[in-house]
Write a protein that binds this ligand. Structure first.
Ligand code: DQA
Length: 145
């Protein structure tokens, strides 16, 4: 059995009503359902969201302990959380994949979004495909097994 944690940072639970021109009209509940429904018979998929940096880092530790694969949308933490980066860096040593995802394409937006402190320690990055970015990340995880 492969455990997959889909971890989301601040404000992503507002999906659907939050800046729909940027993030689309799919609601958070719809996204959670579509990801849970995508699990194969050999996968468990747990989708979580927090506005709390400490809780998000705790989930990264949990993923390491569980030997879980991770899809991470760090949201605004992407751009400044060295603490989250240090947690994600432990994945490299553990040889577990962690894919950074973004709904929007941060490079096509404000300058402060152009830098990710996470990308340098992620296995790969998928951005700009709307909520489909998460499903592309799932496909990427499967292609590496
Ligand atoms: C985001 C992009 C970030 O810049 C932003 O802070 C978010 C969402 C995205 O999924 O496009 O909250 O990670």
């Amino acid at each position: 059995m492969t455990s997959i944690l889909v971890l989301n940072g601040p404000n992503l639970s507002r999906l659907g009503s939050r800046e729909p021109e940027v993030y689309g009209s799919t609601t958070w509940e719809q996204l959670v359902k579509s990801l849970e429904a995508a699990a194969t018979s050999t996968e468990t998929i747990s989708v979580r969201q927090t506005n709390d940096e400490s809780e998000l880092i705790g989930w990264i530790h949990e993923a390491l302990d569980l030997q879980a694969e991770v899809i991470l949308n760090p949201a605004a933490f992407t751009h400044y959380s060295y603490a989250l980066r240090d947690a994600v860096a432990m994945f490299t040593g553990a040889q577990l994949p962690l894919i950074e995802v973004h709904i929007s394409n941060p490079h096509a937006r404000e300058e402060f979004r152009h830098n990710s402190v996470i990308s340098g320690v992620a296995t790969g990055v998928i951005a700009g495909f709307g909520v489909e970015s998460y499903h592309l990340a799932l496909a990427a995880l499967r292609s590496r097994r």
